[in-house]
Design a protein around this ligand. Structure first.
Ligand SMILES: Nc1nc2c(ncn2[C@@H]2O[C@H](COP(=O)(O)OP(=O)(O)OP(=O)(O)O)[C@@H](O)[C@H]2O)c(=O)[nH]1
Ligand SMILES: [Mg+2]
Length: 303
């Protein structure tokens, strides 16, 4: 057996919630049942713990480390991220990081920058970006073309340049990008498998990244310290209700027996305020959480 196979190629898989990290990890370790790493069902059942598992992909030993996705509803609290950082820091075999992006919904946002900062903080003496690859999931070749593919490939480049403005074009172009549809990559002969084989051939050449060993996530790392809700206030709407329809007050048919004055209160609550150990708080978008309706009969007709 070649020396290179005596230990598994060790890969950390990260990216936004639901982009297909766990599914990809299962493919990487040759688990066609999809049971090794918990894949989310239609609605959501996210990976919350960082887990590493070993298996084989076409004769290559692989250790895949699955992480909780960024941007989860509430699962991704500081606790899970600290766990993940701890797990990765202690694993001195990590060779490469794979960022999983969704071909159907490309994005590289602020949350991603924090993840990049976090990883940068783990490998102080290393240019870990040389150990980074991109895997695009939900890539359906029959519904795409080269132009679109090239557009997609710019997304992480633009993002990474924003994160690290002094990165050169050559460095950015050296970050390999692969395209798969995880629904098919478990079928032998699928082009996605070829992409993964290329990814592994690249990963195998990367020596393990050197961490600071038992380094703890230090103050100044972008870890969420505090998270709380802020309430924006309330928006009031009054209306008139008849036969299941709503009309602005004063317009609409008169009810046969009674008019009902209905007051809708839309409560625009909740944006989340997050405070990082490193500095400024950030906010999520305002989200409307509920509508309250109160009713009062304002006129009772004689029958
Ligand atoms: N068609 C298609 N579906 C995919 C692909 N990758 C993932 N999915 C589906 O997307 C859903 C989410 O996949 P997961 O692997 O659980 O995603 P995840 O990134 O691990 O999600 P979290 O753990 O919640 O962050 C599952 O229903 C997968 O079957 C893909 O390449 N093509
Ligand atoms: Mg998952």
């Amino acid at each position: 057996m070649p020396a290179v196979l005596s230990r598994p190629v060790t890969i950390v898989v990260f990216g936004h919630v639901g982009n297909g990290k766990s599914t990809f990890c299962n493919t990487l370790i040759g688990d066609n049942t999809g049971l090794s790493f918990k894949e989310s069902a239609a609605a959501a059942e996210e990976t919350l713990e960082t887990v590493g598992k070993e298996g084989m992909f076409d004769g290559v030993r692989v250790c895949a480390i699955d992480t909780p996705g960024y941007g989860g509803a509430e699962g991704n609290t500081a606790k899970h991220i600290v766990n993940m950082a701890d797990f990765i820091i202690k694993n001195t075999d990590v060779q490469v990081f794979v960022l999983v992006l969704n071909y159907q919904f490309p994005r590289f946002d602020e949350e991603m920058y924090r993840f990049f900062q976090l990883i940068t903080g783990m490998y102080p003496g290393e240019s870990w970006l040389n150990h980074l690859a991109i895997v695009w999931t939900r890539y359906y070749p029959e519904h795409s073309n080269d132009e679109e593919k090239n557009e997609r490939m710019k997304t992480p480049k633009v993002g990474i340049r924003t994160f690290k403005p002094d990165i050169t074009d050559d460095q950015l172009n050296a970050i390999p990008q692969y395209f798969i549809d995880s629904k098919d990559t478990r079928t032998p002969g699928n082009p996605g498998r070829n992409e993964i084989a290329h990814l592994l051939a690249w990963a195998v050449t990367k020596p393990p990244l050197k961490t600071l060993g038992d380094m703890r996530v230090k103050k100044g790392d972008p870890i969420i310290e505090k998270r709380d809700h802020e309430v924006a206030g309330e928006v009031w709407e009054t209306g008139y209700h008849f036969g299941g329809h709503k009309y602005p007050f004063g317009i609409g048919p008169r009810a046969y027996h009674h008019d009902v004055h209905q007051r809708f209160t839309k409560i625009f609550e909740e944006r989340q305020r997050q405070e990082y150990t490193s500095g400024e708080p950030t906010y999520t978008e305002w989200a409307q959480v509920r509508t309250e309706v109160t009713e009062r009969i304002i006129h009772q007709y004689d029958t």
